[in-house]
Design a protein around this ligand. Structure first.
Ligand code: C2E
Ligand code: CA
Ligand code: CA
Length: 579
């Protein structure tokens, strides 16, 4: 919902097409909220708006419903939506606010009572066949008893609604002081960023990055801060979004890149131990500027080594890759810069990105760590990401590490780099300088030689059962593994891996199944596997059976374990080892 239309609020003559200032919406038959507000402004005694609660409803992806079921289908959906609201909020005002927005203005309903109705609404709408299981989100504004512009009240309800748009598990939000603050801050940013640029209020803070294995500093991430003389520090979480919206983010990022190269040059010149520095790029940097040129120019201006500049690109940047993002990333890497993927696992297309683009490092989204203590699943997910990254030859970093326990876990699973409050918050560069006792302190800082050394070590995958195998982007295990299926005492391989094939080949030409058949037909009658096959066949427990067999000079140790049974069919896993 854009907040512009109700601003132009004034009653208009009824024309041939419906206007939101008319009394009645031809589709739902409901009164338009703008019309209702104009009435209350004419005569406040008709409704005590100052004591009311406004609940603003928004249908998620209503467009899809229209596309799928045509406009008639969309209109039908709205009518069903209206019916449900009128049932659930009987006696309250149900109004239309244009597009896919309906509004309930109520008296005497608590937030809990409204929340329950929102839940019931979604339940009812989710079974409606013309609804594609769409979610309906809501924002609630509770008037504080003083007369206010109705449009401001509506705006706040809609703003609260927008807070939950991206969250599948949240149906509603209430406009509160925090939201008011955020909204107000964004407004401030919008009105003052020109001045902030001019007066140099933007500053770079650096957060150190540590090597998990030795706890030495091996990099920094540059994070933008707005130090405002009136308001103190303004978070990038507030201003980045605004700067992106008004298409000025590339200006800030160019400034940050320039500062980073300047600081790096200073450190090199003054003999400090220096490390690669990461800068965050916005998707829009690729669209609004020639970002490669911006970085190249800064690097040339301060004559800093390209290997010491890292470009962090968030996963979400790839979501709508209409630009030449992929090409630019390749160009950066070909030139010797590092490119890292940021917030990995936060979006919809994480795996797609790994398939399409090449990265040096993968930064695991810190939300997995936020759930570290809440669910053991988060540990499994983090470990799987590390495992996957190593198989693809990408290094891993975990950010947002806040506790010793998290750090220990990450080290255990072979995550190479760590960043987070547990080690250090982002700080202005001066703090690092005053902190240092020795200019080039290599007891706390990694040397370039150490970096290469640990990069090599970091490739080892602790989570794999064949950690020593040379990595060639192959996924097969080095252990000979097979799955045998037995049916009425007849056996055949339904899966063999390449290591298993190699061993089977020792027994002569032919497919594994041919070899198996030969063995059973002509092999000695006291062949242990014949005996064990019978045992396994009747085995219902998931127990591992181990047996030795000699075929001429070849000595084999076999292990078999029951996997599954279906009628007369039994499947077991089979692992062999040459002795
Ligand atoms: P990000 O790139 O994911 O940066 C990490 C954020 O996590 C930073 O927030 C950092 O201060 C915070 N953080 C670090 N350690 C911890 C921890 O242990 N616990 C918690 N809870 N948080 C931790 P910050 O500095 O507020 O930056 C927020 C976001 O703003 C960044 O997320 C990045 O996406 C964006 N950003 C920051 N600076 C720039 C910039 O210069 N350009 C662009 N385009 N985006 C930037
Ligand atoms: Ca980042
Ligand atoms: Ca991040």
């Amino acid at each position: 919902m854009e907040h512009s239309e109700p601003n132009k609020m004034h009653p208009v003559e009824a024309g041939p097409s419906a206007s939101i200032f008319e009394k009645e919406d031809p589709i739902t038959g409901l009164s338009f909220v703008a019309w209702f507000f104009s009435q209350t402004q004419k005569d406040p005694s008709i409704y005590p708006l100052e004591r009311s609660t406004i609940t603003f409803f928004n249908v998620m992806s209503f467009k899809t419903i229209n596309q799928r079921f045509s406009y008639q289908g969309g209109n039908k959906y709205l009518c069903k939506f209206r019916d449900e609201l009128q049932k659930l909020f009987e006696g309250e005002k149900v109004l239309r606010a244009g597009a896919d927005h309906l509004v309930v203005i109520s008296l005497n309903l608590s937030v809990e009572e409204i929340a329950l109705r929102i839940k019931l609404l979604n339940k009812a709408m989710s079974t409606y066949e013309g609804g594609l299981r769409n979610q309906i989100k809501a924002g609630i504004y509770i008037a504080d008893g003083t007369p206010q512009q109705p449009i401001v009240m509506m705006d706040r309800a809609s703003l609260a609604c927008r807070e939950v748009h991206g969250f599948f598990n949240r149906e509603y939000a209430v406009f509160n002081d925090e939201l008011r603050n955020k909204y107000e801050q964004k407004q401030y940013v919008l009105e003052h960023f020109d001045e902030a640029f001019e007066k140099g209020y933007f500053k770079v803070y650096y957060q150190p990055i540590y090597r998990a294995l030795n706890k030495k500093v091996c990099g920094y991430e540059a994070l933008a801060r707005w130090i405002d003389p009136n308001r103190g520090m303004i978070s990038p979480l507030i201003f980045i979004e605004v700067l992106e919206k008004v298409h000025l983010i590339h200006k800030l990022d160019a400034y940050i890149i320039d500062q980073v190269c300047k600081d790096l040059r200073n450190d090199i010149d003054s003999g400090y131990a220096y490390q690669p520095i990461s800068v965050n790029l916005s998707r829009l940097d690729f669209e609004l500027s020639d970002i490669k040129k911006v970085v190249d120019n800064a690097v040339a201006k301060y004559n800093v080594p390209k290997e010491y500049i890292v470009l962090e690109v968030t996963e979400s940047a790839f979501a709508s890759d209409l630009s030449n993002l992929g090409e630019v990333i390749s160009a950066f890497r070909a030139d010797g810069y590092q490119v890292w993927i940021d917030d990995f696992g936060s979006g919809y297309s994480s795996f797609n990105n790994l398939q399409t683009y090449d990265f040096d490092f993968l930064k695991i989204d810190m939300n997995f760590l936020r759930n570290f203590d809440k669910t053991p699943k988060s540990k499994v997910i983090i470990a799987s990401i590390v495992d996957l990254a190593k198989k693809l030859g990408i290094h891993t970093l975990a950010e947002g590490v806040e506790t010793l326990e998290q750090y220990e876990y990450l080290k255990q699973i072979g995550c190479e780099l760590i960043q987070g409050y547990y080690f250090s918050k982002p700080l202005p560069i001066e703090d690092f300088h005053t902190r240092r006792t020795d200019l080039c302190d290599f007891t706390t800082n990694e040397t370039p030689k150490e970096r290469l050394y640990y990069d090599g070590i970091g490739r080892l995958n602790f989570l794999e059962n064949t950690p020593l195998r040379e990595r060639k982007l192959e996924i097969a295990s080095e252990i000979p593994i097979a799955i045998i299926e037995g049916e009425n005492r007849k056996y055949r391989f339904i899966f063999v891996n390449s290591a298993f094939k190699d061993i089977i080949n020792l027994f002569g030409a032919g497919t594994p199944n041919e070899v198996l058949e030969q063995l059973y037909k002509h092999g000695p009658s006291d062949l242990p596997s014949k005996r064990y096959a019978a045992l396994l066949y009747s085995e219902r427990h998931h127990k591992t059976i181990e047996f030795h067999e000699n075929f001429g000079n070849v000595k084999l140790l076999s292990r078999a374990r029951f996997l599954s049974r279906m009628d007369n069919k039994v499947a077991y896993a089979f692992v062999i080892k040459l002795l």
